[in-house]
Design a protein around this ligand. Structure first.
Ligand SMILES: *Cc1c(COP(=O)(O)O)cnc(C)c1O
Length: 346
C-alpha cells in the first residue's frame, strides 16, 4: 500500500533488514526434503533446545504449523477444545475441518485465558454418543485478545486435567517470545505443558517467512510426513532458515522496545475523546483501541488516519488494532498519537 508512513496494521509487515539479508546471502544450503539443509537443521536444533523438546520442524507459515499439529494429534471425527477468539478457529480458513475432519469446541476466555473448570466440563466422557476430545490448544500471546499473556499456572492446571486422560496439548505460540520477553519466564517453562509448540518468525522477529513446530521425536516424524502432504516440503531453504537464526540472535530481546512503544501508544491514546483503552489488556506489542465516538466508527477512523499516513486495522465494529514492531521507532509512536489527536479534534 502506498502513502503509509507508519504501519501499525501488524507485526507481519516487518521487512528483513540489510543484515538479515546478508545472513541469508551467506547461508549454506542443501535439500531439506532429504533433511540435508545444514542451516535448516541448525535452526531446528536451536528451536528444539529453546523449547525443551526433542525435535522441531521448519514450516512455511504459522497456519501450516498449527494445521500439521492438529493433523498429527487427531483422527477424523474427534474434537479439539480451543478458545473462541483463537487464531486456529478464526483465521485458518476452516483448516481443522478441511484438513483433519475434526470439530472445534470453542470456549470463551477472558483476555484469551480459559476458565479451567470450563475446560474440565468440556472434556467429553467415554461414551458412544459423543465426540472424543482429542486435543486442547492454547494461544500465547493471544492475538485477538490484544497480545495478552497466558499465565503459566493456568496452563499447568489445564495440563493437570488433560494429562491423566491422555489428551495432548498444543500451544500456538506465534508470539510466544513476546510473552517470554515480557514476563522473564523461559520459553521452556511455558512449553513443558505442551506436546507440541509452534512459534513464528515472520511476526515481531522480523524474518520474511517461517514457523517452527516442536515436539517429541515421534511427533515430529509423523508431522514431517503431513508437512509433505500439505505441500510444505521445501528444498534449499537454508536461505530462509538463516533469517530465522539471525532473528533468534538479534531480534528477541529487542521485543521489549515494541512492548514499551505499545504502552506509550496506549497511554497517549486513552486520553483522547471518544477513545477507550483497557490498559490491563496492553501487555505486549498490541493496543486494542475501542472507538466510542459520535462521529467515527473504527472503520471510518482507520480511513481518516490513513489519509495522514498512519495505518491500523479496524478489526471489528468496536475496535482498531495497532501493533508495534521492529520497523516502528519511538518518534513514530509520538507521531501516531499526534495523528489520532488531529483527526479526533477535526
Ligand atoms: C499470525 C498467527 C499465526 C500464523 O499465521 P500465518 O499468517 O499463517 O503465519 C498463528 N497463530 C497466531 C496467534 C497468529 O497471530
Amino acid at each position: 500500500m502506498k502513502n503509509i508512513h507508519i504501519d501499525l496494521r501488524s507485526d507481519t509487515v516487518t521487512k528483513p533488514s540489510p543484515k538479515m539479508r546478508e545472513a541469508m546471502f551467506h547461508a549454506e544450503v542443501g535439500d531439506d526434503v532429504y533433511s540435508e539443509d545444514p542451516t535448516v537443521n541448525r535452526l531446528q536444533e536451536r528451536v528444539a533446545e529453546l523449547l525443551g523438546k526433542e525435535e522441531s520442524l521448519f514450516v512455511p507459515s504459522g497456519t501450516m504449523s498449527n494445521q500439521v499439529a492438529i493433523k498429527t494429534h487427531t483422527i477424523p471425527g474427534q474434537e479439539v477444545i480451543c478458545e473462541e477468539n483463537c487464531h486456529i478457529f478464526n483465521y485458518e480458513a476452516g483448516g481443522p475441518a478441511f484438513n483433519s475432519l475434526v470439530q472445534l469446541r470453542t470456549l470463551r476466555g477472558k483476555y484469551g485465558v480459559l476458565d479451567v473448570s470450563e475446560v474440565e466440563a468440556a472434556i467429553r466422557p467415554d461414551n458412544v454418543h459423543v465426540t472424543p476430545t482429542a486435543l486442547i490448544t492454547l494461544e500465547n500471546t493471544h492475538n485477538r485478545a490484544g497480545g495478552t499473556i497466558y499465565p503459566v499456572e493456568k496452563m499447568r492446571e489445564i495440563y493437570a486435567l488433560a494429562y491423566p486422560k491422555g489428551i495432548p496439548m498444543h500451544l500456538d505460540g506465534a508470539r510466544l517470545l513476546n510473552a517470554v520477553v515480557a514476563t522473564g519466564i523461559f520459553a521452556k517453562e511455558y512449553s513443558k505443558y505442551f506436546d507440541s509448540v509452534s512459534i513464528c518468525f515472520s511476526k515481531g522477529l522480523g524474518a520474511p517467512v517461517g514457523s517452527v513446530l516442536a515436539g517429541s521425536k515421534e511427533f515430529i516424524n509423523k508431522a514431517r510426513r503431513y508437512r509433505k502432504i500439505f505441500g510444505g516440503g521445501m528444498r534449499q531453504i537454508g536461505i530462509l532458515a538463516a533469517a530465522c537464526i539471525y532473528a533468534l540472535d538479534n531480534n528477541v530481546e529487542r521485543l521489549a522496545e515494541d512492548h514499551k512503544n505499545a504502552s506509550r501508544l496506549a497511554d497517549g491514546l486513552r486520553k483522547l475523546p471518544g477513545i477507550y483503552i483497557d490498559m490491563a489488556q496492553v501487555q505486549t506489542n498490541m493496543v486494542m483501541i475501542h472507538v466510542r465516538h459520535p462521529k467515527f466508527t473504527p472503520e471510518s477512523l482507520s480511513r481518516a488516519i490513513l489519509e495522514k499516513g498512519l495505518a491500523a486495522l479496524a478489526i471489528d465494529s468496536e475496535r482498531i488494532r495497532a501493533v508495534t514492531h521492529l520497523d516502528i521507532s519511538d518518534e513514530q509512536i509520538e507521531e501516531a498519537i499526534f495523528i489520532f489527536q488531529q483527526v479526533l479534534k477535526d
